[in-house]
Design a protein around this ligand. Structure first.
Ligand code: BES
Ligand code: MN
Ligand code: MN
Length: 462
């Protein structure tokens, strides 16, 4: 019988080539122009699970994009691992900033990935990380050492809010019942220092619209006499933070959990170099909420950020005009105990209340979700830590991430199961950005580590 290290060595070229094929399909869920490709990707994922030896694989139709569901039950008395991932990807724009086309994957060496990384949209988030699970499963089947039952649930709408998945989970609690949920859709500290994500932030995403006159106006004839929606919007947005970068929305911090001095000291132990951080991003200085360091600002503290702002004339040259309307898209990252729907309401109420009488304001909620924290004393956490310790030679460090996977909190509510976030990406892999990539080292290490999670999860469950 092959061990996993040997199996990966023997099959790594095929593993890489299969992922490259999957990455060629532009499964952009946000843009309807790609809907055929999104559906084609779900078919490709289904085929890959079948080929890996999964007994039952089905495409589950939803009001939106389909969910690929797989099931391999070997013994009802053994534990069941539910693997979740997503086959959809973020839009690739701006295209001109890619050094190679986003859906023509190529392997390039980088300083952080000397053994090469696959450059393509979705390579890290999340096709590459999802596919590690398919290959780890293939190994366990081929070598007859799958120690428990497995269910796969791979969705196609994660990047747009997982609406159909919520619909699916609420209707299929029995089908999805499991002992632990395993997800690789986060990151780790570095290729030398693995980490396990123990927290995710929640999210509230809103769009705002500020209107003054019923048409665009000559900025000489009307300027100074009517409200300029862009000026007003900027002023309103600026007022949402005070001089300490605290968010000014009343009651916004009501349920925010303050970490103890001990917890913060524990967090500070994770390796982090501020100089390297600034250098990598070409920053003169970092910026954020007073009283917190960078690693706290981007994980345990809530935020409010404008993601996009538009209005008026942005074409070539100059046009003297006061736009009738101005818009912005705003995201708030939330921490556990902050309820996203309450926060959305608080935002709406506050934003409307600060509008001067010369304008009309509309707040349109987009989507959101709750944050998540998971304990480090569970069987799942311990199994993951043992697996990492074996493949990396050092134990994993628990890290609370700033990103969001809103469906994780819903899994806990609907399926009553804890999630283990075993991510193998790096922050520098440029997910959601041009030149997204995933290290070959990370991809293969993931495939090596996952079967050990299964092994230890079953051992520790006995
Ligand atoms: N995989 C990411 C989330 C992530 C990345 C968490 C790295 C932790 C570390 C996921 O695909 C994502 O992008 N989530 C969105 C939220 C979603 C509702 C659109 C996010 O965090 O912006
Ligand atoms: Mn993702
Ligand atoms: Mn993403």
């Amino acid at each position: 019988m092959n061990n996993i290290k040997e199996y990966v060595q023997e099959h790594k070229d095929r593993f890489i080539n299969e992922l490259i094929e999957l990455l060629k399909i532009p499964s952009v869920s946000a843009d309807a122009a790609f809907s055929k490709d999104v559906i084609a990707t779900s078919e490709a994922v289904k085929t890959s699970l079948e080929k890996a030896g999964c007994k039952i694989v089905e495409i589950c139709e939803t009001p939106g994009y389909p969910i690929v569901y797989g099931e391999h039950i070997i013994d009802k008395n053994l534990p069941t691992v539910l693997v979740y991932g997503h086959y959809d990807v973020q839009p690739p724009d701006p295209l001109d900033l890619w050094t190679s086309p986003p859906f023509e994957p190529v392997i390039k060496k980088t300083e952080i990935h000397p053994e090469g990384a696959i450059f393509a949209r979705g390579s890290c988030d999340d096709k590459g990380q999802m596919y590690m699970h398919v290959k780890a499963f293939e190994y366990m089947i081929a070598n007859k050492n799958l120690p428990c039952n497995v269910k796969f649930m791979i969705e196609g709408e994660e990047e747009v809010g997982s609406k159909s998945l919520s619909w699916f989970v609420e209707r299929n609690q029995e089908k999805l019942s499991c002992d632990v949920i395993l997800i690789s859709d986060t990151g780790m500290i570095s290729n030398q220092q693995p980490s396990i994500t123990t927290g995710l932030r929640g999210l509230s995403y809103v769009e705002v619209e500020v209107t003054s006159a019923n048409r665009d106006l000559h900025s000489g004839l009307y300027g100074g006499a009517v409200a300029n929606p862009i000026n007003v919007l900027c002023k309103m947005i600026a007022s949402l933070h005070d001089e300490n970068n605290h968010i000014t929305i009343p009651s916004f911090y009501d349920n925010v959990e303050e970490l103890s001095t001990e917890q913060r000291a524990e967090m500070a132990k994770a390796p982090f170099n501020l100089e390297n951080y600034k250098k990598a991003l070409d920053l003169n200085d970092v910026y954020g909420e007073k009283g917190y360091v960078t690693n706290e600002r981007n994980s345990i503290r809530p935020t409010l950020d404008v993601n996009g702002i538009w209005g008026g004339y942005t074409g070539e040259g100059a046009k003297t005009v006061i736009a009738g309307q101005a818009f912005a898209k705003i995201s708030m990252r939330l921490v556990p105990n902050q309820d996203w729907e309450t926060i959305t309401e608080l935002f709406k109420k506050h934003f409307e209340s600060i509008a001067p009488s010369g304008v009309k304001v509309k707040v349109k909620p987009h989507h959101g979700g709750q944050g998540y924290v998971t304990p480090t004393d569970s069987i799942g956490y311990k199994a993951a830590n043992k697996a990492y310790t074996e493949t990396f030679g050092v134990p994993a460090i628990p890290v609370r991430s700033g990103g969001s996977i809103p469906i994780v909190a819903l899994f806990e509510k609907e399926l009553k199961s804890k999630t283990i976030l075993m991510g193998f990406g790096l922050d520098s892999d440029a997910i959601h950005s041009p030149n997204e990539h995933f290290g070959i080292f990370n991809y293969l290490k993931g495939i090596e580590t996952i079967p050990l999670f299964y092994k230890y999860f079953v051992e520790l469950s006995k």
